[in-house]
Design a protein around this ligand. Structure first.
Ligand SMILES: Cc1cc2nc3c(=O)[nH]c(=O)nc-3n(C[C@H](O)[C@H](O)[C@H](O)COP(=O)(O)OP(=O)(O)OC[C@H]3O[C@@H](n4cnc5c(N)ncnc54)[C@H](O)[C@@H]3O)c2cc1C
Length: 593
C-alpha cells in the first residue's frame, strides 16, 4: 500500500525562506497578526488528517467506487462519509473562509498547502469539499445578502457541499450552445429543466444538502455565451429555519464508470422544473461562474501537484529498496546480491524529474496563493490590481503546466516500479489514472493554452505578460552579476528575451492568419511555464545558497541544477513548434484523415 508523509520541510522552505510570507503577511491587515508558529501548527494538524484519515481510504475508494442505488440515490465508498464528518467536526472546510460567514479567516497560502496534502492523500475524496470551496468563492462575489445568509454559512461549515453544473451531453467546451432552461416562477424563483452530465460530487451521502450552481438560459436570452445565466439550485429546499426541507426537482440519473477518481461520484443530473434562484444578473452568468471556474482551475493544479508528490515519495522509497543490477561504477552494497536501483542514472533521471517539477510546482502555487492574498487584502489598490492581472495571466499556466507535468511524472514514478508499477497492489497505477483527468476537466489543457496566448497575452498586447516579465527582470537585475549564480541567471535571461520576442512574433502572425494562435498555443504555454519555473528555481538557488552546507539546501541546489540541465531544454523544441505555423497542421482536408 502506498504511503504519504506531508512534505512539511519543503513547505516551510517555500513559505518562510523563499517567499518570506512572514514579512508579506504583515502588510495584509486581516493576516498581520498571523505568526509562523500558528501556520506551522495548522499545517502539522492538516498533515495528520491527510496521512491518518483520508490517505488510508484512497485505495478503498479506487477499488469500490461510488454506488448508484436507483431513484437518484448515490453513496460514496466505505469510510468516505465518516472521514467527511471528521473533516467538518475539525473545522477544516472553514479554514480559508471569511469570518463574516463563519470562516477562520486564514490566508490562501495556508489553505493551499492543506489542499496539496489532502490531494496527495485522496484526490477523489477531497473533490467533495474542494468544489464547495469554489462555490463559496462565487457566492461571496455574487450572492445576495439572503443567499449568503442561508447558503454560505452552510458551505463554510461544510454541512452542505457544492457542485458546478456546466456540461451537457452536446456541450462541453462550447458553453454558448447549452440548452438547460430557466423559467420565471413569478415569485423570485425560477424553474430549471434540462440535463447536465459529468457533474463531480453531483450526488452523494456525505452531506445533508447539496447546492448546485447551474448555468441555464432564460426565455428569449441572446444566443451564445451572452445569454447564459447562473442559478443556485439546492437538492433540498431550505425550510423556514434554514434546514433541508422539501426535496427539489433535481436527481442523479446515473453515475459514470471511469478511468480514475473512482471515489468521486461523476453524475448525470436531471433538472425537472427544479426551483432555483438567480446568482448575479440575468445573462451575465458566465462572468459569475468564472469566479468558480478560476478557483477550480487553480484547485486542479493543486490536485496534480498532490498526485505528483505522493507518486514521487513512493518511487523514491521503492528505488532505495529494490535490488537490481550493479552500479556502473562498482557495487554499492557488496554484501547483497545486487544494488538498489537508485544507483542507476536512468532511475535518477526519473526521480529527479519528478522532484524538480514537484518542488517548482509547490513554489509556483504558493506564490500564486500569495498573489490571491494580496489581491484580497492589500491596502494599496495598485498592488491589488497587479496581483489580479498576474493571476489572470497565470491561472491557465497553473492548471495546464502543472497537470501536464504531473501526468509525465506520475508515469515516470510508475516506471520506477517496473512491472510492479503496473499491477494494482502497489497503487502506482492509481496515481497515473487519477492524475489523467486533471488535464481534461475544468477546460482541457488545449483550451487553457488558447486562453493564455489568445485572451491573456495577445488580447492586451502583452501587458499582463510584461507585468510578469518585470518580476523576472528585477530578479536578474539584483542577482545577474553574481558569478556563482550565472549557471541559473544566464539561461533565465535568455529565455525571457526569447519568450518576449516570440510573443511579438505570434501577435504579428495572428493578425494575418487566425489559425496561428491555436497552432502555437500549447508550445507557448510550455514556454511560459518553463519561464516561471526557471525564475523560481533560480530564486530557490539563491535561497539555498544562504546555507549551502546543510543537506536540505544542498539538495535544493542539486535539483535546481538538474532542472536547468534536463528540463528547461524542452523549450528549444517548444520554440520550434510555436514557430512551425498553422499551415503544416491545416493543409490536409478533414476528409483525407
Ligand atoms: C470525471 C469528470 C468530471 C467532470 N466534472 C465536471 C463538473 O463537475 N462540472 C461540469 O460542468 N463538467 C465536468 N466535467 C466535464 C469537463 O469539464 C469536460 O469534459 C471538458 O470541459 C471537455 O468538454 P467535452 O468533454 O465536451 O469535450 P469537447 O468540448 O467535445 O472537446 C473535445 C476535444 O476538442 C478540443 N476542443 C474543443 N473545442 C475546441 C476549441 N474551440 N479549440 C480548440 N480545441 C477545442 C478539446 O480541447 C478536446 O480535446 C467533468 C468531466 C469528467 C470526465
Amino acid at each position: 500500500m502506498p504511503h504519504y508523509t506531508a512534505p512539511l520541510r519543503d513547505m516551510r522552505f517555500v513559505l518562510f525562506e523563499l517567499l518570506k510570507v512572514q514579512d508579506e503577511l504583515k502588510a495584509l491587515p486581516p493576516y498581520a497578526e498571523l505568526d509562523v508558529e500558528t501556520i506551522e501548527a495548522v499545517l502539522e494538524e492538516g498533515a495528520k488528517f491527510a496521512s491518518q484519515v483520508i490517505q488510508p481510504l484512497n485505495q478503498v475508494g479506487d477499488r469500490e467506487g461510488c454506488t448508484f442505488h436507483g431513484d437518484g440515490v448515490v453513496t460514496a465508498p466505505t469510510g468516505f462519509r465518516d472521514a467527511y464528518a471528521q473533516f467538518v467536526a475539525n473545522g477544516w472546510p472553514s479554514v480559508g473562509c471569511d469570518p463574516d460567514y463563519g470562516g477562520q479567516g486564514l490566508p490562501t497560502i495556508v489553505n493551499n498547502r492543506l489542499y496539496e496534502m489532502w490531494n496527495s492523500a485522496n484526490q477523489a475524496w477531497l473533490m467533495y469539499a474542494g468544489l464547495s470551496h469554489s462555490a463559496y468563492e462565487c457566492l461571496v462575489a455574487f450572492g445576495t445578502p439572503e443567499q449568503k445568509q442561508v447558503y454560505l454559512t452552510k458551505i463554510v461549515s461544510g454541512e452542505w457541499t457544492g457542485t458546478m453544473c456546466l456540461t451537457e451531453p452536446h456541450c462541453g467546451t462550447d458553453l454558448g450552445i447549452l440548452k438547460t432552461k430557466a423559467e420565471d416562477n413569478g415569485d423570485g424563483s425560477y424553474a430549471l429543466s434540462g440535463t447536465k452530465i459529468f457533474i463531480s460530487a453531483g450526488e452523494h451521502d456525505l452531506a445533508e444538502n447539496i447546492l448546485h450552481l447551474v448555468l441555464a438560459r432564460l426565455p428569449g436570452a441572446p444566443a451564445g455565451t451572452k445569454g447564459i445565466s447562473l442559478f443556485l439550485v439546492p437538492k433540498f429546499l431550505p425550510d423556514a429555519d434554514g434546514k433541508p426541507g422539501r426535496r427539489n426537482g433535481v436527481k442523479a440519473g446515473s453515475i459514470e464508470h471511469k478511468m480514475g477518481i473512482h471515489g468521486n461520484a461523476t453524475c448525470v443530473l436531471n433538472f425537472d422544473g427544479a426551483t432555483g434562484w438567480l446568482i448575479g444578473e440575468p445573462h451575465k452568468g458566465l462572468a459569475a461562474m468564472f469566479v468558480m471556474m478560476n478557483s477550480a482551475r487553480l484547485g486542479v493544479g493543486m490536485q496534480s501537484l498532490g498526485q505528483a508528490e505522493v507518486a514521487h515519495q513512493n518511487a523514491v522509497a521503492y528505488a532505495k529498496d529494490r535490488l537490481q543490477g550493479r552500479a556502473p561504477t562498482g557495487a554499492s552494497l557488496a554484501d547483497k546480491p545486487a544494488d538498489p536501483i537508485i544507483v542507476h542514472p536512468d532511475v535518477r533521471r526519473m526521480l529527479m524529474t519528478s522532484r524538480a517539477y514537484t518542488e517548482a510546482g509547490r513554489a509556483f502555487t504558493t506564490w500564486t496563493a500569495l498573489l490571491i492574498d494580496r489581491e484580497h487584502a492589500h491596502p494599496d489598490a495598485a498592488v491589488r490590481e497587479e496581483a489580479d492581472e498576474l493571476m489572470a495571466l497565470l491561472t491557465p499556466v497553473v492548471k495546464a503546466f502543472i497537470t501536464d507535468n504531473a501526468w509525465e511524472t506520475t508515469t515516470l514514478c510508475q516506471q520506477v516500479f517496473g512491472g510492479h508499477g503496473y499491477i494494482n497492489e502497489w497503487g502506482m497505477d492509481q496515481f497515473v489514472r487519477d492524475a489523467r483527468i486533471n488535464m481534461i476537466y475544468e477546460g482541457t489543457n488545449g483550451i487553457q493554452a488558447l486562453d493564455l496566448l489568445g485572451r491573456k497575452v495577445l488580447a492586451d498586447r502583452g501587458a499582463k505578460f510584461a507585468r510578469f516579465a518585470a518580476h523576472v527582470q528585477a530578479f536578474l537585475q539584483e542577482h545577474g552579476g553574481r558569478d556563482e549564480l550565472r549557471e541559473f541567471t544566464a539561461p533565465l535571461a535568455q529565455l525571457l528575451a526569447d519568450t518576449s520576442a516570440l510573443t511579438g512574433e505570434l501577435g504579428a502572425r495572428a493578425r494575418v492568419d487566425a489559425n496561428e494562435v491555436g497552432a502555437a498555443s500549447v508550445p507557448y504555454l510550455r514556454i511560459v511555464g518553463h519561464l516561471v519555473f526557471a525564475w523560481l528555481w533560480a530564486r530557490m538557488a539563491v535561497a539555498a545558497l544562504r546555507a549551502p552546507d546543510d543537506a536540505f539546501h544542498a539538495a535544493k541546489l542539486a535539483t535546481a541544477r538538474f532542472y536547468f540541465a534536463w528540463l528547461l531544454p524542452e523549450t528549444a523544441t517548444n520554440f520550434r513548434e510555436a514557430r512551425a505555423g498553422a499551415a503544416t497542421l491545416m493543409t490536409l482536408p478533414a476528409d483525407d484523415f
